[in-house]
Ligand binder design. Structure first.
Ligand code: ADP
Length: 917
């Protein structure tokens, strides 16, 4: 029975009583509304407590029809007359006070000559029915919403939620609606989705952060938001709702309120009078519940994926041991890394993948975990890696979780190969370093920084053998006492610099236990902490006593040599193979007219002619590591002096490959000597010329005689008038030949008399022989000396001065002539001769001058090349001829020698053949 039926039953009983009470009048019924109608349906009398609620509760004097009391739509039910309404239930809506409507239900029954219309209020009944209908409606909508939200894809979820909000808003005429979720991370609320009618103000946005005002709402039941702005905590909520009337429905789960349905500009009680708070809660629950479920599920899924990714990245994974079954389960990533099956392998199979060296320990620790709940942390290697390869290391960690029936043995394995192998390498490097420190000849030390001072805290073991001290001997100020008094300032400055600049290098002396001082090379570096404050100094001492003393010795000796070089009157220099000077001393600078410091970079060859320079470089090229020395006389064109002659000694310096890298040279100016020698040669030459005057006269006389004869003969023929042209031509040609011959002799004399060229020239020695003969041959023959000249000549070239070689030959021939003539004075039958011939081999050409003058006394052979040595009477011999000749040949790189042959003296001029010819 519904509450409506009960009410109806009660009413019926009472009405029955009331009817008996109303034979002519209605009386005062205790409930409902009683209308007495006449036969035409006009209202005659109104009674009952509800009559006060009617807008028009007094009948008119003239009965008005019932239709004037009820609202228009009810008139349908009361068409016709009361008689026709009998047995019908009449639902009539009366106009009440203040625009209200009274929903009434009733029926008519005859009373007297009229009709009694008894009515009861069915407003509650209707309201409840409306409510029930709305609730059903609401439930089916809620079910649909839940279904939609549960069934859609993850990506469509926000849109679907948006659509559901729209549907709710449109169904219950909510202008602005939003679904806000608790954002765990932000500790506040955020709009998930919102909807607004097109004519509603834009209050919220999707994903908008709302902050914390909603926290102040009590989450137990839906909340009505007042429309008045205020200044308390609620004012923030009201601001959130646009300071208009609003409504908020919470959604609770085990964590409390986790979602709100916000409805703005919404007077819920009038806009949706039939929906109870429970309905709203249920409706919103149908949306928020599945949505939150979906979101959490999604989050969970993502978390799982992240963990999965992390595990495979780290090469790690969880494991769980089922102790009773002796089986283990591994995370898929871990199983893959160990190349094991997923599923539930037996425990021993897992252990078989651990290196034998670590396996027993792991087994025992797992046992301890299982038996006593001892947490497990162990680093293990995997079995089966190649011996040469670095091992694969895992950290195995495990613990007991839960208790009783829920007791589980779980843990994880993490690939720590990188760290472990690095640690091992670091340990090995450390060990090597320790070893190195221990065996180092240097002392390695650490000084700790304490309030501006550096206190020794460590010395390597090498301190003891080196200085005899230990760390305790050197503590607290004792170190300074060991430093040589002269070096203490250095040491204090070293500490200051170390603290200031972070590193220092220096030398000082330190006393050893025996009292003698060692020179120490100190190199230190300051270590600072993260804030840049000094922590300690690390450094090393190297005993450099030997080296320091040696360096001092070298410095001293270098100084001596430097003074020697600087003060030497000789020119001393170093230059590169390309003749660029790298050093030159003062005398050299003086000759080159510049300052000594300007010498480096100067080209030594710039003072030489091309030819001299070529010869110089050629001479250097002949230097070898085995024969690094060479001495030569070089000539240069110096500033302010026409020609300089230097005797120059070079010493090549070679690298390991045997290549010349530098030349050290010592030179002496030979110009003066060379000049006097030249003068000497010249005067000797002039003497020779003088010597030859007789021969020359003869030489000129001979052509003159021939010409005179020819002229006499021609004149004779002319006198006879017997002159043929042919005869004349023949004679004139002979005269011309003789003129040329005389001219040649004179010409040659002039050439011979000149000073020699400065530069040596290349020439064939045959020219010298030819020149000599042109000057001497006739004279010799005139004196009855037989000249035996070998015709052999060679196409060879020697280097020197052709006139000087000629001078030598003349000297030799004149000496031979003297010897021959003096011999003939004693033996008149004597047949003097001079023989001259040439021979050559690979390197040399030899000119021989031999006579049959009896030779040279063996005791004098040694001395004849000395200057001024002569056996000839005063005024005749000068004693210079052979000595000058010797000098000339020597200057040409050759050799003049003499021997006695069977009949006389035999001189030999040996000259090197010029290789560049
Ligand atoms: P000079 O001819 O003015 O004496 P030299 O130096 O030319 O000076 O000769 C030195 C000496 O050597 C001569 O005085 C002579 O005794 C000796 N001499 C040189 N040539 C011969 C020779 N062909 N036969 C013998 N004695 C010689």
């Amino acid at each position: 029975m519904t509450s409506g039926d009960k009410l109806f039953g009660r009413l019926l009983k009472r009405t029955t009583i009331a009817v008996h009470d109303l034979p002519d009048r209605l009386g005062s019924p205790t409930s409902g509304l009683h209308l007495y109608l006449n036969d035409d349906g006009g209202v005659v009398q109104i009674a009952g407590p509800l009559r006060h609620l009617l807008a028009q509760h007094k009948p008119h004097d003239k009965p008005l029809p019932l239709s004037t009391y009820v609202q228009a739509h009810s008139t349908l039910a009361i068409e016709g007359r009361p008689r026709e309404w009998q047995g019908l239930l009449l639902d009539l809506d009366f106009s009440g006070l203040g625009e209200q409507t009274l929903h009434m239900r009733g029926w008519v029954q005859p009373l007297g000559e009229g009709w009694l219309l008894q009515l009861i209020d069915i407003g509650d009944l209707l309201h409840e029915r409306q409510q029930a209908r709305q609730r059903d409606d609401c439930q089916s909508i809620a079910a649909r919403i839940g279904e939609q939200v549960r069934a859609c894809s993850q990506t469509r979820l926000p849109d679907i939620v948006g659509e559901q909000l729209q549907m709710i808003a449109q169904r219950w005429h909510i202008p602005c609606v939003a679904l806000a979720l608790l954002d765990d991370e932000e500790q506040g609320w955020q709009v998930y989705r919102r909807y607004r009618a097109h004519d509603a103000p834009n209050l919220w946005e999707d994903d908008q952060r709302l902050g914390t005002p909603l926290d102040s709402l009590s989450g137990a039941a839906p909340q009505r938001i007042g429309g008045q702005p205020g200044f308390d905590e609620h004012s923030r909520v009201q601001a959130l709702f646009g300071n208009a009337e609003g409504f908020a429905v919470p959604y609770n789960d085990e964590r409390g309120v986790v979602a709100w349905l916000l409805c703005a500009f919404y007077p819920v009680d009038t806009a949706a009078p039939y929906l109870s708070e429970r309905d709203w809660t249920a409706l919103f629950g149908a949306l928020a519940g599945p949505l939150l479920g979906r979101l959490r599920e999604h989050q969970h899924q993502q978390q799982l994926e992240r963990i999965e990714a992390l595990q495979s990245l780290l090469g790690s994974g969880w494991w769980e041991i089922y102790a009773e079954r002796q089986r283990v389960q591994l995370a898929p990533t871990l199983a893959a890394a160990l190349q094991m099956d997923t599923g539930e392998p037996v425990l021993e199979e897992w252990l078989a993948h651990i290196h034998p060296a670590d396996r027993d320990e792991l087994r025992s620790r797992l046992h301890a975990l299982q038996q006593h709940g001892e947490a497990l942390t162990l680093s293990v290697r995997l079995a089966g890696s190649e011996p040469a390869q670095p091992a694969t290391w895992y950290r195995v960690q495990g613990q007991v979780s839960g208790s009783g029936a829920n007791r589980r043995l779980v843990g994880f394995m993490l690939d720590i190969s990188d760290i472990q192998n690095q640690q091992q390498r670091a340990a090995a490097a450390h060990a090597r370093l320790d070893n190195l420190i221990a065996s180092s000849p240097a002392v390695i030390y650490v000084q700790q920084y304490r309030e501006g001072a550096l206190i020794p805290t460590f010395f390597s073991a090498s301190l003891q053998p080196l200085l005899g001290w230990s760390l305790t001997d050197c503590g607290a100020g004792a170190l300074v006492e060991m430093i040589h008094p002269d070096d203490r300032d250095l040491y204090f400055e070293r500490t200051r610099q170390l603290l200031r600049e972070g590193s220092v290098r220096g030398r000082y002396r330190l006393r050893d236990r025996q009292g003698s001082y060692h020179w120490l090379l100190d190199e230190a570096r300051l270590l600072r902490d993260d804030l840049g404050l000094p922590v300690e100094a690390v450094g090393l001492w190297l005993d450099v006593t030997e080296a320091t003393l040696a360096a001092e010795r070298v410095k001293n000796s270098e100084e001596r040599y430097r003074i020697l070089v600087e003060d030497s009157p000789a020119m001393i220099c170093r230059y590169r193979p390309d003749l660029i000077l790298t050093f030159g001393n003062r005398p050299l600078a003086t000759y080159l007219e510049c300052a000594p410091q300007a010498l480096p970079g100067v080209d030594l060859g710039s003072w030489m002619s091309d030819e001299q320079r070529g010869a110089f470089i050629q001479r250097l090229a002949a230097l070898t590591p085995e024969q690094p020395l060479s001495t030569a006389e070089i000539s240069l064109q110096l500033p302010g002096r026409e020609h300089a002659w230097w005797v120059w000694s070079d010493r090549g310096v070679f690298d390991e490959q045997g290549d010349l890298i530098e030349v050290q040279a010592v030179g002496r100016d030979n110009t003066e000597l060379r000049r006097s020698q030249q003068q000497l040669t010249q005067s000797a030459k002039m003497a020779t010329l003088g010597e030859m005057a007789t021969g020359l006269a003869h030489e000129i006389n001979q052509p003159l005689n021939v010409m005179r004869m020819a002229i006499v003969n021609v004149l004779k023929r002319l006198g006879n008038g017997d002159v043929q042209i042919d005869y004349l031509t023949d004679k004139l040609k002979r005269i011309d030949a003789q003129v040329q011959r005389a001219a040649k002799v004179v010409d040659h004399m002039r050439v011979f008399g000149r000073r020699s060229e400065i530069e040596q020239q290349l020439f064939n020695p045959a020219y010298a022989i030819e020149g000599t003969l042109s000057l001497l041959a006739e004279g010799m023959r005139g004196k009855g000396v037989d000249l035996r000249i070998s015709e052999t000549t060679f196409e060879v070239q020697v280097r020197g001065y052709v006139d000087q070689l000629e001078q030598v030959l003349i000297n030799l021939m004149v000496n031979a002539r003297d010897a021959l003539l003096s011999k003939r004075e004693k033996e008149s039958a004597f047949n003097p001769w001079i023989s001259m011939y040439v021979e050559r081999d690979e390197q040399h050409v030899r000119l021989w001058v031999e006579d049959n003058g009896g030779g040279i006394d063996a005791r004098l052979l040694e001395r004849i090349f000395e200057p001024f040595f002569t056996t000839k009477p005063i005024g005749v011999g000068t004693g210079l001829g052979l000595s000058v000749s010797y000098g000339i040949i020597d200057n040409m790189g050759g050799r003049l020698s003499v021997r006695n042959s069977a009949e006389g003296a035999r001189f030999c001029i040996e000259l090197p053949i010029a290789s560049d010819a």
